[in-house]
Structure formats: structure tokens, C-alpha cells
Design a protein around this ligand. Structure first.
Ligand code: FE2
Length: 191
């Protein structure tokens, strides 16, 4: 079975004005689709032809890893958003964030700083580590915490293609807007 582009769980304009339909059309419709097409070409005739994305992320290197991880990361990123009002965590996740980072506001500040200081292209993650603790991590390029045994809870794509149409070079403005579309109900289910 070839890999396929998952359907977006909302309309392309649902995240406006924070993430525009134009950005979704390019980011999801062109970039995400290209990683799917690339991977399908690369795995033909390899041991990864019928593997899951998670298996490829844990075991592969080079182009196969890069394209599989980019598919997984983008699906996970796009599925974090909704137009709901769930803009802060509750329950056990809220408690864990407060005890780890001091407060939800302090967590957001540290996450935004990690996004701003990641040099070049990559992803910032909120991860449940193998020992159950929470951490904010930076991964360059297609990096994914699954490779190190972590459970991803939240990610922000800081490749320029994620924000350039809406925010040009102002990555911190994009990250501030990002908080207005994150659905913490979805992250609580992952936790
Ligand atoms: Fe991206």
C-alpha cells in the first residue's frame, strides 16, 4: 500500500487569521504531499516498502528517514489544530506542565524561545520522556523524538515554509499566533 496524504480535519481556511488558507494550501497541499510522493518513490524495492512510518522513523536513515519523518511530523502538526476554544490544558496535563515549567505561561515562553532559537529548519516539541517527565526539545530538519523513545505531545514546525507567506521572516510572530490554533483537548488525549 503506498503512503497517502491524510485528510485535514478542518477546512483550509479554519485557522484564519492565524494561519491563512494560502499557507495551508502550500504547506499541506504542496509540501506535505511532496514528502508522501518522495517516500513512495524511495521505498520501492526496499525493506521499508510495507513498513509503518513509526518503524521507518526508528530504523531508517537518509532520504527515507527524512521523508517519512516529515510526513509523520506534518500530520501530527496539522492534527494539533482546531478552531475550538480549548486554548489551555486542564487536569493532569495542566498539573504536569505547571510542576515542570512553573506555569502554563512560563511553559509557553520557554517553548517560544526554543522555536525562536532553533537555527535553520526544524521542529520544537513538547515530549513525554521515557521516564514520564515532560521536556521541550529542538530537533533539526526532520528530527522526531520517537527515535529517542519519547512520546510527542505537541510540535511547532519552524521551517520557513510554515510561516513565510503569513509572517515573512518574523518567526516569533508566527509562534505567538500558533497558540491561538492549538487545541489542548487533542494534546490531553496524547498525554
Ligand atoms: Fe512544514
Amino acid at each position: 500500500m503506498p503512503f497517502e496524504l491524510p485528510k485535514l480535519p478542518y477546512a483550509p481556511n479554519a485557522l484564519e487569521p492565524y494561519i491563512s488558507k494560502q499557507t495551508i494550501d502550500f504547506h499541506y497541499g504542496k509540501h506535505h504531499q511532496a514528502y508522501v510522493n518522495n517516500l513512495n518513490g524511495l521505498v520501492k524495492g526496499t525493506k521499508f516498502e510495507n513498513a509503518s512510518l513509526e518503524q521507518i522513523i526508528k530504523e531508517a536513515d537518509g532520504g527515507i528517514f527524512n521523508n517519512a519523518a516529515q510526513i509523520w511530523n506534518h500530520t501530527f502538526y496539522f492534527e494539533t489544530f482546531s478552531s475550538s476554544d480549548m486554548r489551555s490544558p486542564s487536569g493532569k496535563l495542566s498539573d504536569a506542565i505547571s510542576s515542570t515549567f512553573g506555569s502554563f505561561a512560563a511553559f509557553k515562553e520557554q517553548f517560544a524561545k526554543s522555536a525562536a532559537t532553533l537555527f535553520g529548519s526544524g521542529w520544537v516539541w513538547l515530549v513525554k520522556m521515557p521516564d514520564g517527565s515532560l521536556a521541550i526539545t529542538q530537533e533539526p530538519n526532520a528530527g522526531n523524538p520517537l527515535r529517542k523513545g519519547g512520546i510527542p505531545l505537541l510540535t511547532c514546525d519552524v521551517w520557513e515554509h510554515a510561516y513565510y507567506l503569513d509572517y515573512q521572516n518574523k518567526r516569533p510572530d508566527y509562534v505567538q499566533a500558533f497558540w491561538n490554533v492549538v487545541d489542548w483537548g487533542i494534546i490531553e488525549k496524547r498525554f
